[in-house]
Design a protein around this ligand. Structure first.
Ligand SMILES: Cc1cc2nc3c(=O)[nH]c(=O)nc-3n(C[C@H](O)[C@H](O)[C@H](O)COP(=O)(O)OP(=O)(O)OC[C@H]3O[C@@H](n4cnc5c(N)ncnc54)[C@H](O)[C@@H]3O)c2cc1C
Length: 335
């Protein structure tokens, strides 16, 4: 339609209100462009994680800019209608979250301090670090992870707690040299080193298993860490869980975890262990997983390992499994 007939008349503002509206308009526009830029660098995996993490902290500021934009530019009569009430409620919740984040309060109640009590290097690229934490640590469920700060300048890194909770606030991590920081960590750490831990977080939790479904657990490389904690915690109640555990490794003869998993499973009659050494020609296939399915009913797969292996198994199991497999995956990636 051409012309101005039928259009809602523009609201008239003067003075301070007009200045605020102009400001909110500009802020909204800038926040929108910056949000698009954030989206691009988040999806662009090659963008360095450390820089991304710093830039990402601006998200609450962008949210506040957009909230101001919406509050100042929404037509006045919106605020008496359901849509306005919805915007106000969502906006208030978001503003609370943004201010909470900017005040540095996220995770504060879950922070504990401690010291490194043991360091081992079973193979050159894996470090076993045990820490004793203070009374602020509330314990963890097997399979959960925590953010560990060994060095304030470096900041926190997420690692799975690879031991069960024994109520003594001692936790251990298996850290693989996957990047710049983790490659040099062995040289920087010594017994007595101060550590800060924030957590626990995560839902790769045995308590979430469906007891009526057959359990298939698949670990690939360092993705074995949540299963180490599961096996550790099962030692307290052997025989309680029945599962097939597949551990995929490059070379079963030089693997730092094979002996430990075998020893754990030896005392757990319900766990059937399958080791797959790629160099030994034992690569895990979807057919192996499906073959282990003894009941015609559903199976639950709990997976932690390389993304490529997850994609391959999901794809093939989707084809041969006809919806009988429910896939749970722990990703060792934050974006
Ligand atoms: C929930 C979870 C559990 C994990 N558990 C384990 C474990 O038990 N054992 C283990 O060896 N590894 C684990 N990781 C992976 C581990 O966090 C990264 O390997 C490590 O942070 C890499 O750091 P870097 O500086 O050496 O590597 P870089 O080369 O700097 O980074 C490699 C990649 O690691 C990730 N990364 C780097 N720094 C951080 C950070 N501060 N926070 C989050 N991610 C980061 C990014 O995806 C980045 O692209 C886990 C990751 C997650 C998300």
């Amino acid at each position: 339609m051409v012309g101005r007939e039928g259009r809602i008349p523009k609201e008239q503002f003067t003075g301070f209100q007009e200045v605020m509206r102009d400001l909110a308009k500009d802020m909204g526009e800038w926040a929108f462009y910056l949000l698009l830029a954030m989206l691009v660098i988040t999806l662009w995996k090659r963008f360095p994680y450390k820089t991304w993490r710093v830039v990402h902290q601006a998200m609450p500021v962008l949210y506040l800019m957009l909230a101001l934009h919406a509050a100042m530019l929404a037509p006045t009569d919106y605020w008496t209608q359901p849509v306005g009430i919805l915007i106000a409620l969502l906006g208030a919740a978001g503003i609370y979250g943004a201010l909470y984040s900017l005040a540095g309060r996220i995770g504060r109640a879950r922070r504990a301090s401690g010291t490194v009590t043991a360091i081992e290097q079973p193979v050159p690229d894996v470090l076993t670090v045990t820490c004793q934490l203070d009374n602020n640590w509330r314990g963890h469920r097997p399979g959960q992870f925590a953010f560990i700060t060994f060095d304030e300048k470096e900041g926190a890194h997420p690692f799975t707690i690879a031991s069960a909770d024994r109520g003594d606030r001692s936790i251990s991590f298996q850290i693989k040299a996957l990047g710049d920081y983790t490659r040099t960590l062995g040289k920087r750490l010594e017994v007595g080193h101060a550590v800060k831990v924030e957590g626990p977080y995560g839902r790769f939790d045995m308590a979430r298993q469906d007891a009526s479904a057959q359990q298939i657990w698949i670990a690939g490389g360092i993705g074995v860490t949540p299963f180490l904690a599961w096996l550790d915690s099962l030692q307290q109640t052997p025989g309680q869980v029945s599962a097939d555990l597949h551990y995929c490794t490059r070379d079963r003869t030089n693997d730092p975890f094979v002996a430990r998993i075998q020893a754990s499973c030896a005392t757990l009659p319900g766990i059937r262990l399958h080791i797959h050494g790629a160099q030994q020609g034992e690569t895990l296939s979807a057919a192996d997983v499906a073959a282990a399915q003894t009941r015609s009913s559903r199976s639950e797969i709990w997976f932690c390992g390389p993304q490529g292996l997850a994609e391959k198994l999901k794809h093939e199991l989707g084809r041969i499994g006809q919806g009988r497999f429910r896939f749970h995956q722990e990703a060792f990636e934050m974006r």
